[in-house]
Each structure stands twice: as structure tokens, then as C-alpha cells.
Design a protein. Structure first.
Length: 203
């Protein structure tokens, strides 16, 4: 695909984080590059981040908007305090919208750096489909109640006779889901990885 008149080419974004696990406190650098969703700015300076899809979007589609605003905030492409609305638009013109409450630039940088650092640790690969997070969030559970409910939810999925389990983990990156361990503490992991999402993308 070629570039259009609305495409904007920018340098790759870099995020720096002090490596607390290193004895010489060396810094860690992460380079972020790729495509964002489509962005539009109206005459009042309000911005819209738009995801176009052929079919009606599921709740997990809002993670696209979330990561977009974090990356663009972190590398100083959009300013703090910007009014942002997220849109999901289908080929038939059906539209969903959510208000995006931007975190601070420091929050965005810290979140991305911590997430990337965690993804590079030895025990990062655990089974916690995003669908489990979004579904259990509706039940307003905390602590031990969340953890036991998560185990119950996942067991029901993995023991289902249906070909479509309704979780994206079924399609990769591992072939056999039962080979992957559940998180030691699902509630803590959910908070680390998704609490900022729930605070940013407002229902």
C-alpha cells in the first residue's frame, strides 16, 4: 500500500527506563514503531482516534485506541490535556464512541516501559486472555474473589466442547493452551496491565 496525502511519517519513538534489576543501574531503551489508527482533528482542536472495521467491533477493540494515545503521549506527539474521543466505525457506517481520558505523559511513559520490561522477563508467558479481563471487570470483584472467579472462568473455557472458545488466545501464539500456566495472582496482573486502560477509555 502506498502513502496517501493524509499519512504522516514520524521517527520511531524511544522510551527510556532505569533497569532496577541491574547492579550498575543501567538504563533500558525501547524503540516503538508502526502504524497508528486514523486520527482526525476538528476546528476546535478536539481529536478523534478512529478504528475502521468490516464488522461491529468487540470491546477489546478499544485497546487499539488506548495504546495509540499512550504511545503518542509518551513520545510527545499529542499534548497532555488534549480532548480525545475514540470511535469504532463499521463498513456499514455503524458507530460506537467513547471518551478518552488522557493520563499524564509520565504515566504513559511509565506504563509502556513497565509493560515492555515485564514482557521481556522469564515468566511473562501466562494465560490471561483479554476477554477474561473485560468480562470479569463487569462483576466488580476484588482480591481473592477475583482470583477464584478467574480460575472458574478459564476452566469453563478450556473444558468447553465448542470449537470456538471465545478467547483470542485460542489463535496464538501457543498451540496448546493447557500447556500455559494461569497467573499466580490474576487480580494483581489485571491491575498492572489493565487498570490504566479502564481509567483511560471511559464507558
Amino acid at each position: 500500500e502506498g502513502l496517501t496525502g493524509t499519512d504522516r511519517i514520524l521517527p520511531a519513538g524511544n522510551i527510556q527506563k532505569e533497569n532496577s534489576e541491574s547492579s550498575d543501574t543501567e538504563n533500558m531503551y525501547f524503540k516503538i514503531q508502526g502504524e497508528t489508527e486514523w486520527w482526525y482533528t476538528d476546528e476546535s482542536g478536539n481529536r478523534y482516534v478512529i478504528y475502521f472495521s468490516e464488522r461491529e467491533s468487540k470491546d477489546k477493540a478499544w485497546l487499539r485506541h488506548f495504546l495509540d494515545v499512550l504511545v503518542l503521549l509518551a513520545v510527545d506527539i499529542i499534548p497532555e490535556g488534549t480532548q480525545v474521543t475514540g470511535l469504532c466505525i463499521t463498513g456499514e457506517g455503524k458507530r460506537k464512541s467513547r471518551k478518552i481520558h488522557l493520563p499524564s505523559r509520565q504515566q504513559a511513559q511509565d506504563y509502556l516501559a513497565n509493560l515492555l520490561q515485564e514482557m521481556n522477563t522469564e515468566h511473562a508467558a501466562v494465560l490471561m486472555p483479554v476477554e477474561s479481563v473485560l468480562e470479569l471487570a463487569k462483576e466488580n470483584l476484588t482480591g481473592a474473589d477475583y482470583n477464584s472467579r478467574y480460575t472458574e472462568w478459564m476452566d469453563a473455557k478450556l473444558n468447553s466442547s465448542s470449537e470456538n472458545l471465545g478467547i483470542s488466545s485460542q489463535y496464538g501464539p501457543v498451540k496448546f493452551l493447557t500447556d500455559i500456566a494461569y497467573p499466580e495472582n490474576p487480580h494483581q496482573l489485571m491491575n498492572r496491565r489493565f487498570q490504566l486502560f479502564f481509567e483511560t477509555v471511559l464507558v
